[in-house]
Design a protein around this ligand. Structure first.
Ligand code: SAH
Ligand code: SF4
Ligand code: F3S
Length: 452
């Protein structure tokens, strides 16, 4: 018997280290996994060297994400030398995509479990500890882990993620997510509310509601319909000083009602992640995004009309099948017109199983993709800097999340616009809201001083 980080008494051989790659959804899933395992006598350790079980929560979104994972699996094999009984597991999206191939193709792992199979982990792990190999990659149409309270693995106790739905029905032609995470399902909203209430009680100051397409959240029971705008308002109204964010909003169904709810609650952050993917309607059609660029711009202007100060961020894919130089120029033009405050930018990566893989040609040369994504990144750096410069001289409410990595007498926090701010702490602690006057900036960070 011994203690783990969570100060739980854990049976010998049952301490788990879990490494999370991929998106925010995986962060929540790892917390759900720890919660499930804890109920069965397992414990969590943040020290990989002392772990009896290493779980890797994986992502398949791009080819290079999977490369990284193969590399990690290889790296973990070193720990087997010191601990002959060590078990290694792969969970999450890559587990779902590759299934038992992860056992067969030299991965040397002991257990493979997909995103909907986490409730079966304790039983399967029992069998694995007994020397067997196990795989569960069954997808579900109803699993939402609704009543499971995740064990928060982040140490700061300030901002948490809460999953409000799972899966995706959109079938964007480039995307592997509908295959790794299955069909879309919404979580019982009343379990979401209780989870957020718990966070507030535990001193958290911010929540991000997560789903692949939060706008299509829907629930119906004897208490009536709950849509995403309604859920967002319910969460925001739990406490006026508790910040609420959400991600990701699909542009095709971002409604006026949602914009009104965001605008009318001061604690709903004025920052919307609205992935455009491409500025060309022709490419958007090939991508099966179900909106054209006119629709996207109209939604963007509706946001700006209701909340002129609202920051808009995006995701962009450069070099999708058939993307011409003109399409690429249209993407750059849209970026300039919107003036994104930040963006995630990627080279298109062909994913087996997707519609693009089956019926389109990955015909943009890699060096052209690289050049285009670099142009997109360069433009975004410029736009982010311009956006940040407008903040100089202004005062923002900042939620302190941590001390600055470079200098412990400085604090790091975020504005409602989701911008990173660094400033001298002057004794203020994580979880406090403070007012900061911005004095200087880079494209990634604002720097300022505390004011009353
Ligand atoms: N559900 C979210 C996105 C989830 S994936 C949405 O629809 O916006 C996050 C981002 O990864 C996507 O927005 C897209 O920009 C990128 N992405 C997805 N598949 C990709 C691929 N095959 N190649 C390159 N980037 C990809
Ligand atoms: Fe993928 Fe599209 Fe679903 Fe986002 S909305 S997860 S990009 S299929
Ligand atoms: Fe997320 Fe990657 Fe899966 S982006 S949903 S972990 S494929």
């Amino acid at each position: 018997m011994r203690y783990t980080d969570l100060k739980l008494i854990v049976e010998e051989g049952k301490s788990i280290f879990i490494e999370t790659l991929g998106c925010q959804m995986n962060i929540v899933d790892s917390e759900v996994v720890v919660s499930i395992m804890k109920e069965h006598g397992y414990g969590y350790t943040s020290d990989i060297k002392s772990a009896d079980i290493i779980l890797l929560n994986t992502c398949s979104i791009r080819d290079n994400a999977e490369h990284k994972i193969w590399h990690k699996i290889k790296e973990y094999q070193h720990f087997r030398k010191k601990n002959k009984k060590l078990k290694i597991g792969v969970i999450g999206c890559m587990a779902e995509r590759l299934k038992s191939r992860l056992l067969e193709e030299g991965g040397n792992v002991d257990i493979v479990v997909g995103p909907d199979g986490y409730r079966s982990l304790p039983a399967l792990m029992g069998s694995v500890l007994g020397g067997k190999k196990e795989v569960n990659v069954e997808l579900s149409v109803e699993e939402t882990y609704a009543e499971i309270t995740p064990v928060r693995l982040d140490a700061n106790g300030v901002a948490a993620f809460v999953a409000i739905m799972r899966g995706c029905n959109n079938l964007c032609s480039y995307c592997v997510v509908p295959f790794t995470r299955g069909v879309e399902r919404s979580r019982n909203p009343y379990t979401i509310i209780s989870e957020v209430e718990e966070l507030i009680k535990d001193g958290y100051k911010e929540v991000t509601l997560l789903g692949q397409n939060v706008n299509s959240f829907k629930w119906n029971d004897e208490r009536g319909d709950v849509t995403f705008p309604k859920l967002l308002a319910m969460v925001a109204e739990l406490s006026p000083s508790f910040r609420v964010r959400f991600s990701t909003s699909h542009p095709k169904d971002l409604s006026d009602e949602l914009i009104t709810v965001i605008a009318s609650h001061h604690n709903i952050c004025k920052s919307i992640h609205l992935p455009v993917q491409s500025g060309s309607s022709r490419v958007l059609k090939l991508m099966n995004r179900k909106y054209d660029i006119e629709w996207y711009m109209e939604r963007m202007y509706a946001i700006k009309a209701a909340m002129p100060e609202c920051a808009i961020t995006t995701d962009i894919i450069a070099g999708f099948c058939g993307e011409s130089e003109e399409d690429h120029q249209q993407t750059l033009a849209v970026m300039r017109e919107v003036g994104y405050s930040a963006a995630f930018m990627y080279k298109y990566s062909d994913r087996p199983g997707t519609r693009a893989h089956r019926s389109m040609e990955d015909d943009v040369d890699d060096d052209i993709k690289t050049r285009r994504v670099n142009e997109v990144i360069e433009l975004q750096n410029h736009l982010s800097l311009e956006h940040n410069k407008l903040d100089i001289g202004h005062v923002f409410e900042v939620l302190i999340e941590n001390s600055s990595k470079r200098n412990s007498s400085e604090s790091f926090g975020r504005t409602s616009h989701n911008k990173a701010v660094v400033f001298p702490s002057e004794g203020h602690k994580n979880g406090e809201f403070v007012n900061v006057k911005i004095l200087e900036c880079s494209s990634a960070t604002l720097k300022g001083v505390l004011v009353d």
